[in-house]
Design a protein around this ligand. Sequence first.
Ligand SMILES: NC(=O)c1ccc[n+]([C@@H]2O[C@H](COP(=O)([O-])OP(=O)(O)OC[C@H]3O[C@@H](n4cnc5c(N)ncnc54)[C@H](OP(=O)(O)O)[C@@H]3O)[C@@H](O)[C@H]2O)c1
Length: 193
Amino acid sequence: MNVQDPASIKATAKQLIEEYPDVNVLINNAGIIQSDDAAGVIDEDFLISTVTTNLLGPIRLTSAFIEHLKAKEEAVVINTTSILGFVPLATTAVYSATKAALHTYTLSQRYMLKDTSVKVIEIVPPWVQSNNDEPRAMPLASFIDATIKILGTDTDEVLVEEAKMFRNNPGPNENVFVTQLNDTMNSEPPKIH
Ligand SMILES: NC(=O)c1ccc[n+]([C@@H]2O[C@H](COP(=O)([O-])OP(=O)(O)OC[C@H]3O[C@@H](n4cnc5c(N)ncnc54)[C@H](OP(=O)(O)O)[C@@H]3O)[C@@H](O)[C@H]2O)c1
């Protein structure tokens, strides 16, 4: 399935529900990140693909599965956002904005589904060595272990220790924190891909 393509999402959802009628979990995890320059020209293709994958994808996927999920005795929608949705990395401005948007969409979804059988969970990863060996990022195995443990609780937001300060600092003084984070990252260019 290509989550950028609404027809592909609809067809895949239909096929999955037909073949696996017991399915009661949807994990919106696909996401793409690329450097950009919010002070300059934003490439149109990059902009559309990032917003389409990271924001429209989860919205469309949930929409395609939601009636099926609501019919289950218990069901879960999990949205993967990012600490960068709370404290943006300025060199990935579009990515950070899509994750902030997915966070607020998740809050709305949770509210609208509160009287149904569908629980809405947000996973807020810190920087993880999922596809890189960046020493400043959290090792993938540790992230998975901690995440699985937290998923075993009844929390709405999965925040490993490394993610908590990013989740907790936004507020009226968030500009100070955003500046500090970005100054630190700029002093040694991040190897994010
Ligand atoms: N790694 C981090 O530091 C970090 C931090 C915060 C949040 N996150 C979030 O965690 C999630 C997973 O990230 P990751 O680090 O595991 O990234 P990754 O290793 O690059 O994996 C991204 C996944 O998304 C899938 N994908 C991308 N575009 C797609 C499309 N159009 N249709 C279907 N699948 C698509 C990829 O599938 P293919 O392999 O088939 O292309 C791949 O399985 C993302 O939402 C990311 O934003 C990651």
